[in-house]
Design a protein around this ligand. Structure first.
Ligand code: COA
Ligand code: ZN
Length: 312
């Protein structure tokens, strides 16, 4: 699987990572409209939802209905769903999902808080879920969460992340997503982490997932790019944050990463004015101000009657 080094593949995780912890109930139709707008903006890959316990995350209870609509309306879109176990995988398969993601946190406590099992059991469950997904012919992503710091256990040992990433690679994950769940990483650490990870997992199969808690998400994304990574997760408008990880803020904003890529000679196929429409829609639906670090400038840049998407 070789990748063009001048292309950046962004997976927009707003519909899942972004909407899973909203206080207001977001109707299925609004989630679908957000996904339509992302697709229209040129986003080729989204994480649409999760097939988790509706008691744990009531916001994702409509996963099956949403995925059925997404597949019918947007057959060309890569739309993945997070699954915590075999039950989630079976529900996803029944809904026609073609790509799933498992989540393995790098610490004992974070796994307990998130999926109610310790690290050893979580590793086994992720492995068996990946193997079963591959038998079903599905594409797979595996998150290694709290890969830099854990809100409960402090700094995560890079060796642990390496070991877990290698285990997910051996279990057949097509993509391993190294996640800075609470947004505490800094570029220097990101670079050394990914340079070490490249020894365990082919860099084409590595992805990076940052949160912007401390304002360093774009810098961290750039450090990952410098280490050879060409797959990044982001969330339009910077919506997001794990409900089980205290202190987690929104994700790296898709518009910030696209702007960074454009200015750095990396192609994304994503339209900034298109993303602005998605941000505006999410703001209206969620009743809050959204947008990454660049949002004010982007709005000025693309404001006015001549600001059609064709201008990009
Ligand atoms: N989808 C829907 N229901 C599920 C499920 C899934 N993937 N997995 C388990 N369940 C149901 C069980 O059937 C059982 O239902 P019942 O009470 O009606 O009998 C109930 O949930 C409890 O099952 P159990 O296996 O004991 O799970 P648990 O209570 O230990 O919870 C998880 C484990 C993984 C299901 C739950 O913690 C979870 O969904 N976590 C997801 C967290 C998340 O999304 N975090 C953000 C993303 S990183
Ligand atoms: Zn996240």
């Amino acid at each position: 699987m070789s990748m063009n080094p001048d292309t950046l593949i962004i997976t927009d995780v707003a519909p899942r990572d972004g909407l899973q912890n909203q206080q207001v109930a977001v109707p299925t139709e609004a989630k679908l409209e957000l996904i339509r707008l992302l697709h229209a903006a040129g986003v080729a890959s989204v994480e649409a939802t999760s097939f988790v316990s509706p008691k744990a995350v009531p916001q994702m209870a409509d996963a099956a209905e949403l995925m059925e609509h997404v597949h019918r309306e947007l057959p060309g879109l890569r739309a993945s769903a997070l699954v915590p176990n075999l039950k989630g995988l079976q529900r996803a398969q029944a809904a026609g999902v073609r790509e799933v993601a498992v989540v393995l946190s790098a610490t004992e406590t974070m796994n307990l808080k998130n999926i109610n099992m310790g690290l050893a059991q979580a590793t086994e469950v992720c492995e068996e879920t990946l193997l079963a997904a591959r038998k079903m012919g599905l594409r797979t992503r595996a998150y290694v969460a709290v890969a830099f710091d854990c809100p409960f256990e402090g700094p995560t040992a890079p060796d642990t992340v390496l070991r877990l990433a290698a285990a997910m690679h051996r279990a057949g994950a097509d993509e391993i997503v190294i996640a800075d769940t609470i947004g505490s990483a800094a570029p220097g650490r990101v670079k050394t982490h990914f340079e070490a990870l490249r020894q365990a997992v082919p860099v084409d199969q590595l992805a990076a997932h940052f949160h912007d808690t401390r304002g360093l998400a774009a810098a961290n994304a750039w450090a990952a790019i410098e280490a050879g990574v060409r797959r990044l997760d982001a969330s339009v408008g910077g919506i997001g944050g794990c409900p089980f990880a205290p202190g987690a803020a929104g994700n790296a904003a898709t518009e910030d990463l696209v702007l960074m890529a454009e200015g750095s000679g990396l192609a994304t196929q994503i339209s900034l004015p298109g993303l602005l429409q998605a941000v505006a829609y999410a703001e209206a639906r969620l009743g809050m101000n959204l947008g990454g670090r660049s949002i004010k400038w982007l709005r000025r840049r693309y404001a006015g009657p001549e600001a059609a998407p064709a201008r990009t």
